[in-house]
Design a protein around this ligand. Structure first.
Ligand SMILES: [Zn+2]
Length: 449
């Protein structure tokens, strides 16, 4: 199938200025000026718009889309304590409705690839919610990395969550393998991959981490977990294990290419050097870190050290939304908290939000517009009110103006957003389904403790 994207004000790529690009069978085959279409080619109108690589969201918890406005004034661990009783009502119907909401928000913001880190144990005997997650993502058309997580240390034994949300490591490792059998497709064109993703070093045993990493290594899956998010996390990790958070992961043997760590707010100089030396990537989540008062990651230091840096919107319970473009703007802003000379440029922030995240996921063919890259593209209108005054540099204007929805979004060259609307779903229906799931789970009646 051939697609011509034409008439753009600008295309974000490393070559000379261009206004159009050609796609054949899901791959970019030409970028240039005034490219024309042969018979049977689908034409995507990019006049009055800029074309950028589809954004890559390297950390998310889509199930949290049903639980915004909780723990409004609490830090991470207190916020979690308020949420666990709600999460205990979680099931496949919740997961499917919440995933659809999250994916819709991401697609409309120009995001074409997303991780979903799911770490709640399934109810024994019930279908695995990860199956519902994958089904919802496929229905809407995003490229998904299903990061299958777990917890096997409950809060009575130094972990984070109640026992009902935990499972033992054997159950998890068997489930991870089965889910990889069902859903992991390493073909570059596939829309679903699986990663191994223990929830958090304090919530899992060393056996679970090592077992998950071994499955990831032997099956070619990525490896993902949370690290160094909250201010009190380092002291808690040292108390529990005698090691600082990153040193603990090093001791467990999970650092290296293929591993990416969410948050990484509280890092020492040595930690940053270790990340760079081992080829371990990070997924920064600036909005979530601000909402929970966790702090601001050392963005410039990470980039300058050569660490692979991607971006994550994180769950809607801590971000309050799932716009990847808004998150890229947030990263740009927080990177300047110590002075503008320390901050990222708009193009650097866009690079983190596209190619940086893709590389964190082990992909050099995503998050970039280049010959041979997958045709995952976002087309943003620059004629509307939000973009007035950005004419001097409309690509930088994507982040130096209020975040907009994308006009068109293509995944594998196929439209998933057309004229600012989802192709495969009605947003009001998704919202109604999500509210039905909320009512069914009876989580509206929860009173903050
Ligand atoms: Zn997270």
């Amino acid at each position: 199938m051939s697609v011509l994207v034409s008439g753009a004000e600008a295309v974000l790529w490393d070559g000379p200025s261009a206004d159009s690009l050609l796609v054949e069978d899901g791959v970019v085959t030409a970028v240039g000026t005034g490219l024309t279409a042969g018979p049977g080619t689908t034409v995507v109108d990019a006049r009055g718009a800029v074309v950028v690589p589809g954004l890559v969201n390297a950390h998310h918890h889509m199930f949290q889309s049903l639980t915004r406005v909780r723990g409004q004034d609490r830090p991470l661990f207190g916020w979690l304590a308020e949420l666990w009783p709600l999460f205990s009502k979680h099931d496949g119907a919740w997961q499917e409705a919440a995933t659809a909401v999250a994916v819709a928000e991401l697609l409309l913001s120009g995001c074409t690839t997303s991780v979903d880190h799911h770490y709640l144990a399934p109810t024994p005997g019930a279908p695995d919610p990860v199956d519902a997650q994958v089904a919802a993502a496929r229905r809407l058309g995003i490229r998904l990395v299903s990061a299958v997580g777990s917890m096997d240390v409950d809060d009575a034994h130094g972990g984070l969550a109640p026992a009902a949300l935990c499972e033992n490591s054997e159950q998890y490792l068997a489930r991870l393998s089965e889910l990889a059998d069902r859903h992991h497709d390493p073909d570059p064109s596939s829309l679903t991959r699986v990663a191994a993703a223990p929830c958090h070093p304090l919530a899992v045993t060393a056996d679970l981490v090592r077992g998950a990493h071994e499955i990831a290594r032997t099956r070619g899956l990525g490896f993902h977990t949370h690290l160094a998010e909250a201010r009190d996390e380092e002291a808690a990790t040292v108390r529990a294990t005698g090691l600082r958070p990153l040193d603990l992961l090093a001791e467990l043997g999970v650092l290296g290419p293929g591993t990416w760590l969410a948050h990484c707010v509280h890092l020492s100089d040595d930690d940053i050097a270790t990340l760079a030396a081992t080829g371990t990537a990070v997924a920064l989540c600036p909005s979530s870190n601000l909402r929970l008062g966790s702090g601001i990651a050392r963005v410039r230091d990470l980039v300058d050290a050569g660490v692979t840096v991607g971006l994550g919107v994180d769950g809607a319970a801590s971000n309050d939304g799932g716009s990847a473009l808004a998150e890229a703007r947030q990263l740009l802003l927080v990177s300047r908290a110590g002075g503008v000379e320390q901050g990222l440029t708009a193009r650097e922030a866009l690079q983190v939000a596209t190619a940086g995240g893709a590389r964190a996921l082990g992909r050099t063919d995503l998050g970039t517009i280049a010959l041979g890259a997958r045709a995952d593209l976002a087309v943003f209108d620059v004629t509307g009110l939000h973009a007035v005054g950005t004419e001097a540099d409309p690509l930088a204007g994507l982040l130096l103006s209020p975040p907009a929805t994308a006009r068109h979004v293509l995944v594998e060259g196929q439209a998933v957003v057309r004229d600012h609307a989802l192709v495969h779903a009605d947003p009001m229906e998704l919202a109604a389904q999500a509210r039905t799931a909320i009512a069914r789970s009876r989580i509206t009646t929860h009173t903050p403790g």
